[in-house]
Design a protein around this ligand. Structure first.
Ligand code: ZN
Length: 165
């Protein structure tokens, strides 16, 4: 069966910076050993990767280069915010340059710490991969129809997917 909206695709991937500056992997699912399971058509992954997966079947391998607009968006200059320390999980460990998650209305968001004050922290809200062209190498493991429950939740369940407590 071919990947489409409301199917669950399990795949391994490697991602590196594309274009002229292509280099080492930024992230790889091969390291953890388990493929990622994604429900298509629900915004679970970046649009460029979702578009590239559509129509693929189990066993297919492909590479795709994705522009920032179809990945994590352009790099926004001065996209800085001052955030009270209570919104960080482990404020005592914050250091400039480190990446950490902040709780927001839209869920956890990955930010880069710029400056740590007494009670507030200045963070850069750009996603670490914002502004980057990304090159993915994907191995499709399998494709299956999503369950009613997965469609209702908007994510894949089971191995490589979302686990509920
Ligand atoms: Zn669920």
């Amino acid at each position: 069966m071919q990947a489409a909206a409301n199917t669950v695709v399990r795949f391994h991937y490697r991602v590196a910076e594309g274009g002229a500056g292509s280099g080492a992997d930024i992230e790889s699912s091969h390291v953890g050993g388990e493929p990622l399971a994604v429900l298509l058509g629900h915004g679970g992954i970046i649009p460029g990767l979702e578009a590239a997966l559509i129509g693929k079947a189990a066993g297919e391998q492909f590479e795709v280069e994705i522009e920032p607009e179809q990945a994590y968006g352009p790099l926004r200059p001065n996209f800085v915010q001052r955030v009270p320390k209570k919104y960080f999980r482990d404020p005592a460990k914050l250091k400039p340059g480190m990446q950490t998650a902040v709780s927001t209305d839209q869920g956890a968001r990955l930010v880069t710490v710029l400056k740590v004050g007494m009670s507030v922290v200045d963070v850069d809200l750009n996603h670490p991969m914002a502004g980057k062209t990304l090159k993915f190498a994907v191995d499709v493991v399998d494709v299956r129809e999503a369950t009613e429950e997965e469609r209702a939740h908007g994510h894949a369940h089971g191995a490589g997917g979302h686990h509920h407590d």
